[in-house]
Design a protein around this ligand. Structure first.
Ligand code: HEM
Length: 145
């Protein structure tokens, strides 16, 4: 995450980039953090309050597929070459089938997300998590049936 660039941006643009109010966390046009995101909300000019490239709009997509998220942000000193903070987000997501959930979502973000001005993707990994063990069964058994 390029925090210096993000911090230099002005508030209205930060909010437009994400699609949420910075202080309350409410989606643009909403009042409270956990109010549902209203992608149809319009301003007095008839334009969508949450723009086409806003992170939350692209993340939600058509709403047909969802993921569970658990992110960890980190800072790790300074880059010796640039003097900028080494900071980022370990973005973790859980789902049944990445082919229909994470991958199309990430593809939307990759090509259109306004947040891409402030972040650089550096790596990824995928792990299979076998279900719990039945009495008499073994770890990962479901992978072999
Ligand atoms: C450094 C990278 C990222 C930052 C700083 C970031 C930031 C945010 C913020 C501030 C929100 C709104 C608050 C919230 O719902 O938590 C959000 C929502 C979300 N982001 Fe990200 N995000 C990042 C990367 C990603 C990636 C890689 C994905 C998936 C490929 C993703 C998917 C989502 C989803 C699904 C939502 C919830 C939208 C909703 O239902 O309201 N984000 N993100």
């Amino acid at each position: 995450m390029h925090l210096e660039a993000w911090d230099r941006d002005f508030l209205a643009d930060q909010e437009a980039t994400i699609g949420r109010h910075k202080v309350s966390g409410a989606s643009l046009g909403g009042q409270h953090e956990f109010d549902p995101v209203n992608l149809a909300a319009q301003g007095s000019d008839g334009q969508p309050l949450i723009g086409p490239n806003a992170h939350v709009r692209l993340a939600i997509g058509d709403g047909a597929s969802k993921i569970l998220r658990r992110d960890y942000s980190f800072t790790d000193g300074m880059d010796a070459g640039t003097g900028e903070l080494v900071a980022g987000l370990f973005f973790m997501a859980y789902q049944r089938d990445p082919r229909t959930q994470f991958v199309p979502l990430q593809a939307r973000l990759a090509s259109q997300d306004a947040l891409n001005e402030y972040i650089t993707y550096t790596g990824s990994a995928i792990f299979a998590c076998p279900p719990g063990i039945q009495s008499g069964g073994f770890l990962g058994e479901a992978l072999f049936v």
